[in-house]
Design a protein around this ligand. Structure first.
Ligand code: AHR
Length: 326
């Protein structure tokens, strides 16, 4: 209710030509920028766990520079408590807008309430939070992870469904939205298919080292594994190393589906080591800056902005690789 009133007040101010440079409830405050009209954004990133994340960070930094938005960037190194501290520090600095990609889904309500009480709008990017109160953030920009898992599962049904398939699932970070949703989407798609069974499922934390380690252990305890569903390319690349170390041929003896379509993953797909990749687009920077400008100006924005994505077969990867941006 409070935010709605604030947003309306700001929209009115904009309509009358006032400079809307602060998201604060104190009209004397002008955000972290010093009142020259420059928007200051506090951004808390998950970390640097994957090629996807590196591309996402580069996109956000470049787009902020292009848009003339002052970016206060903070790397949480995979820890929720670091993100909460970063958000609190952004609130203290009275930035104009806070954006973050939550490490995990739950546990955000208190800090988001603090931002709301300080009158600072919050934009979720890439990952969602699990909260009953969606007034705690303005909008959520990112992929539909359930849909990604579903696309992976549908390809599995079509390509693996006619023979007994024992799948090793390499999950992303425990509690993270993409791990929860990609698991769900895949499970829904293969449900009722007699031939496809997930025989092992464990977190590799979205990292290459994690993928390798978990795959090694899975191959030791489940020698029947002949397929892998990795929640991201980095874990698939780690799994490839483990499969080769076990004397098997990735992409042939053990087929692999993964998610992201970063350059290294696409190269492995083009080389025949991965069999199918579902794209997850990390280039969110431009859309994020645009949303930030709108939100700070008090304009209405959609509550959910879903990124457009595709899928790649091995042949499509060969074609797409030369122009791949990340
Ligand atoms: O939230 C997006 C996911 O996080 C990417 O798919 C994965 O690579 C990253 O670590």
């Amino acid at each position: 209710m409070f935010r709605k009133t604030l947003v309306t007040a700001m929209a009115v101010a904009v309509a009358f030509g006032a400079t809307a440079c602060g998201g604060g409830d104190d009209s004397s405050a002008s955000g972290g920028s010093g009142g020259d009209g420059t928007i200051t954004m506090g951004f808390s990133q998950v970390g640097a766990e994957s090629g996807w994340r590196t591309a996402n960070t580069a996109s956000i930094q470049q787009s902020a520079e292009d848009a003339g938005i002052e970016l206060q960037f903070s790397d949480a190194q995979g820890e929720q408590e670091n993100q909460i501290s970063a958000i609190r520090s952004f609130i203290q600095q009275r930035v104009d807008v806070i954006a973050f990609s939550p490490v995990v889904e739950t546990g955000w309500d208190s800090v988001l309430l603090e931002a709301q009480r300080a009158g600072i709008p919050v934009i979720l990017t890439d990952r969602a939070v699990d909260s009953e109160d969606d007034s705690l953030y303005e909008t959520f920009l990112g992929s539909d992870f359930v849909e990604e898992g579903k696309k992976a599962g549908e390809w599995a049904v079509e390509n693996w469904g006619s023979q007994p398939t024992f799948v090793a699932e390499l999950q992303g970070t425990t509690g993270a939205a993409p791990a929860i949703d990609r698991q769900q989407g895949f499970a829904d798609a293969i449900e009722g298919t007699d031939n496809i069974e997930v025989v092992a499922s464990q977190s590799g934390d979205f990292t290459r080292a994690g993928g390798r380690e978990v795959m090694e252990a899975m191959l030791n305890s489940n020698p029947e594994i002949n397929a892998v569903y990795a929640h991201n390319d980095d874990m698939a690349l780690g799994a490839i190393e483990a499969i080769e170390a076990a004397g098997k041929t990735p992409g042939v003896d053990i087929q692999i589906i993964s998610v992201d379509a970063v350059r290294d993953g696409m190269q492995a797909l083009a080389d025949g080591q991965i069999n199918f990749i579902v794209e997850c687009n990390p280039l969110l920077g431009d859309q994020l800056m645009e949303l930030a400008e709108q939100v700070v100006a008090g304009e209405e924005v959609p509550k959910r902005v879903v990124t457009e994505e595709t899928t790649f077969t091995q042949e499509q990867a060969v074609e797409a690789l030369p122009d791949r941006q990340y």
